[in-house]
Design a protein around this ligand. Sequence first.
Ligand SMILES: NC(=O)C1=CN([C@@H]2O[C@H](COP(=O)(O)OP(=O)(O)OC[C@H]3O[C@@H](n4cnc5c(N)ncnc54)[C@H](O)[C@@H]3O)[C@@H](O)[C@H]2O)C=CC1
Ligand SMILES: Cc1cc2nc3c(=O)[nH]c(=O)nc-3n(C[C@H](O)[C@H](O)[C@H](O)COP(=O)(O)O)c2cc1C
Length: 173
Amino acid sequence: MSLHALPDLPAVDRDTFRNAMAQLGAAVNVITTDGPAGVAGFTASAVCSVTDSPPTLLVCLNRSASAWPAFRDNRALCVNTLSADQHALSTLFGGKTAMADRFAAAQWQTLASGAPLLEAALISFDCEITQRVSVGTHDILFCTVLAVAQGEARQGLAWFDRGYHTFSRQDAR
Ligand SMILES: NC(=O)C1=CN([C@@H]2O[C@H](COP(=O)(O)OP(=O)(O)OC[C@H]3O[C@@H](n4cnc5c(N)ncnc54)[C@H](O)[C@@H]3O)[C@@H](O)[C@H]2O)C=CC1
Ligand SMILES: Cc1cc2nc3c(=O)[nH]c(=O)nc-3n(C[C@H](O)[C@H](O)[C@H](O)COP(=O)(O)O)c2cc1C
């Protein structure tokens, strides 16, 4: 098998890709920012660890999202990983709701970056956006983690097969 054959392979269409991705379960996160471009936030399942040295994660953001201009122009970002009982917040930050109404639904504080940190999140990663790469419809935001805030919840929230599921820490079973 030669690598030269790859360009001739048919591409997977959008529905096939999405149906397949729906089987790739992921944590649910509310991503927030604040700074010169103002406060904004959206729900994201496309979050993952990149490297631990320097501590870096990535977030994928659709450039058509109402929150995108703020994430383009601000440097602060916070990844708030939701606990099992916070699915209503995921729906609120998942679109079609005014930013003020999204943030009015929960309690927030700030750490080093100044981005809103969700009280009662499972875990929060306070970050600085250090690199942006555009791929197709999305921007990949590479973020250096400045601080971590551990919540007290014992159960996390997952997005799998187009619905919410919960999972438990070992010590909560
Ligand atoms: N990475 C993303 O941008 C994601 C966006 N969503 C948004 O929520 C809506 C509902 O999602 P589901 O109920 O899971 O059903 P769906 O059939 O629209 O999506 C199934 C899976 O495909 C992926 N996906 C969906 N839209 C995508 C996009 N524009 N770019 C890259 N990957 C995408 C995600 O892994 C998603 O869970 C989506 O249509 C989308 O608007 C949801 C999950 C991830
Ligand atoms: C469970 C879930 C996961 C999502 N994951 C992502 C994601 O990883 N990246 C993304 O750009 N949008 C994602 N979205 C969609 C955005 O949250 C939503 O499109 C965004 O808030 C824009 O909506 P708006 O333009 O009405 O503000 C997700 C939505 C849900 C409900």
